[in-house]
Design a protein around this ligand. Structure first.
Ligand code: HMG
Length: 390
C-alpha cells in the first residue's frame, strides 16, 4: 500500500510589495533581487492576517472539497507561533470544525518543520490506513528593515492531506537526513524579526544538502538522473539552481545547461518567486507549483524534495507522482489568488511592517483588510478571536 500526499492547498496574503519598489527604496539595482535572488514580489500580511488565518485558509480550501471525516491528527508546523503554549492548530481545529477525536500539536524546527510533520503523519497513517492526517505549514518571514534578508521576506501556508493510496504523491520510505547545531538563522523569543548570518546560512544549506543526498543515494541506490524533477526549500528561488549544480558536481556530472535547469527546476519556482520565503510552507509551495505548472505529464515519475531548516535540519527524500494527479489539483484557485493581490506602495509596506500587535490587556479590534477565508478580529485581554470573512 502507498502512503503520501492526497491533496495540497496553498494560501498567501492578498498584499504584496514588488521588489523593484524595494530596490528603489534601498538604492539597489532591481536585477539584484529579480535575477541575483530570483525573487519578484514578496507577500506582506496585513495586521489581521497571521499563521492561523493563512493556515486555516489553506486547509479550508482542501476540506471544502474533501470533508474532515477520518482526520485524527492535525500538525501545525511553524516558526511564527502566536502563543508560547497553545498550539496554533487548535484555533484552526475550531475554525474548521474538525472532529473532537483529533490529536493537535504544533511543531517547530525553522523551515524544516512541515517535513517533520509530513514524516510523523505518514507514520501515524501507516499504523491505521483508514485514518487521515492534516499537516499545515504556515509562516511569516520577517527580517529587519534595510537588512540583506529583507528582500527574501514573505508569508504563506500550505495544507497537506496525508492518506493511504494518495492521489498526488506516494512518498518513498527512504530518506537521507542530517542534524547539526549551527547558528545560521534564529529568532530569540523577544524578537519579531529573525537574525541571520546570510552567506553562512547558504553555505550550510548547500553542505547539508550534500550530506542528506549521500545518505539517500546510499539507501536507495538511485542516481540524480533517476529524478525527473527536483524541489528544494526556497528561501529565494535562485538557490535551487545553486543546489542542483552542487548535486551535479557531487555526482561528477557536467554542469547543467540553462535548459536543463529550467526543465528540472523551472516550474517548481513559479509561486515562490511571487511570494518570497514562506519558511515551513516553502518546499510544499514549490511542490504545488511543480505539479500545477509543469506542462509535461509527470504520471508515475519520481521527483525529489529537499527540506532545510536553519539551526539546522536537512532532509532529502522523494516520491512518485500518482497517475491522474492533475484532476486533483487546485491550480485555478492558486493562480487566481496570486493574480488578484493588491500591490503596496513602499510607504504602505513600511507602515504595515512597523505595526506591532498590542501587548496590553485592552480590547483591540482589528481594522478589516483583505484576507482569505478568515481574519483576526480582536485581541481582548490577550485572547485572540478569529472570524470567517464570508
Ligand atoms: P546580499 O549579501 O545582500 O546579496 O544578500 P549578494 O551580494 O550576495 O547578492 C545576491 C546575488 O545577487 C549574488 O549572486 C550577486 O552576484 C547577485 P551570487 O553571487 O550569489 O550568484 N547580484 C546581481 N545579479 C544581477 N544584477 C545585479 C546584481 N547585484 C548582485 N545588479 C543573502 C543575500 C542570501 C545573504 C540575503 O538575502 C539573506 O541574508 N537572506 C536571508 C537568509 C537566507 O535566505 N538564507 C538561505 C539559506 S538558509 C535557509 O534557507 C533557511 C531559512 O529559510 C530560514 C529557516 O530555516 O527558517 C532562511
Amino acid at each position: 500500500m502507498n502512503f503520501g500526499i492526497d491533496l495540497l492547498s496553498f494560501q498567501t496574503s492578498q498584499y504584496y510589495l514588488d521588489l523593484r519598489t524595494l530596490a528603489q527604496a534601498r538604492g539597489e539595482e532591481p536585477e539584484k533581487f529579480y535575477q541575483g535572488l530570483g525573487q519578484e514580489k514578496m507577500a506582506v500580511p496585513p495586521p489581521d492576517e497571521d499563521i492561523v488565518t493563512l493556515g486555516a485558509g489553506a486547509a479550508k480550501a482542501l476540506l471544502d472539497q474533501e470533508g474532515s471525516q477520518d482526520i485524527e491528527l492535525l500538525l501545525f508546523c511553524t516558526e511564527s507561533g502566536v502563543d508560547q503554549s497553545k498550539a496554533a492548530g487548535l484555533f484552526v481545529h475550531g475554525l474548521l470544525n474538525l472532529p473532537a477525536r483529533c490529536r493537535v500539536v504544533e511543531i517547530k524546527e525553522a523551515c524544516y518543520a512541515a517535513t517533520a510533520g509530513l514524516q510523523l503523519a505518514l507514520a501515524v497513517v501507516r499504523r491505521n490506513p483508514r485514518k487521515k492526517a492534516l499537516v499545515i505549514g504556515a509562516d511569516v518571514a520577517r527580517y529587519d528593515l534595510g537588512s540583506p534578508g529583507e528582500p527574501t521576506q514573505g508569508c504563506g501556508a500550505v495544507a497537506l492531506l496525508i492518506t493511504a493510496q494518495p492521489r498526488l504523491l506516494a512518498v518513498d520510505e527512504e530518506a537521507g537526513f542530517h542534524a547539526a547545531n549551527v547558528m545560521d538563522f534564529w529568532r530569540p523569543n523577544y524578537r519579531t524579526e529573525a537574525l541571520v548570518d546570510g552567506k553562512y546560512s547558504t553555505l550550510v544549506y548547500l553542505s547539508t544538502l550534500v550530506q542528506a543526498w549521500r545518505q539517500y543515494r546510499e539507501l536507495t541506490g538511485r542516481k540524480l538522473t533517476d529524478l525527473a524533477r527536483c524541489c528544494f526549500h526556497l528561501p529565494f528561488t535562485r538557490l535551487a539552481a545553486k543546489a542542483y549544480i552542487r548535486l551535479c558536481r557531487e555526482e561528477q556530472l557536467p554542469p547543467p545547461s540553462a535548459e536543463e535547469l529550467q526543465h528540472k527546476l523551472g516550474p517548481a519556482l513559479v509561486y515562490n518567486r511571487l511570494t518570497g520565503n514562506t519558511y515551513a510552507a516553502s518546499l510544499y509551495e514549490s511542490l504545488t507549483a511543480l505539479l500545477e505548472n509543469d506542462t509535461e505529464d509527470l504520471d508515475d515519475r519520481r521527483i525529489s524534495l529537499f527540506s532545510y531548516g536553519s539551526g539546522c535540519m536537512a532532509e532529502f527524500f522523494s516520491g512518485i507522482v500518482q497517475p491522474g494527479y492533475r484532476q486533483h489539483l487546485m491550480a485555478e484557485r492558486h493562480r487566481n489568488m496570486l493574480a488578484n493581490r493588491v500591490e503596496l506602495t513602499y510607504r504602505q509596506y513600511e507602515d504595515i511592517f512597523r505595526y506591532q500587535v498590542p501587548e496590553d490587556e485592552g480590547d483591540h479590534v482589528f481594522a478589516p483588510y483583505r484576507t482569505g477565508f478568515y481574519r483576526l478580529q480582536v485581541i481582548n485581554k490577550h485572547v485572540r478571536c478569529y472570524q470567517a470573512t464570508a
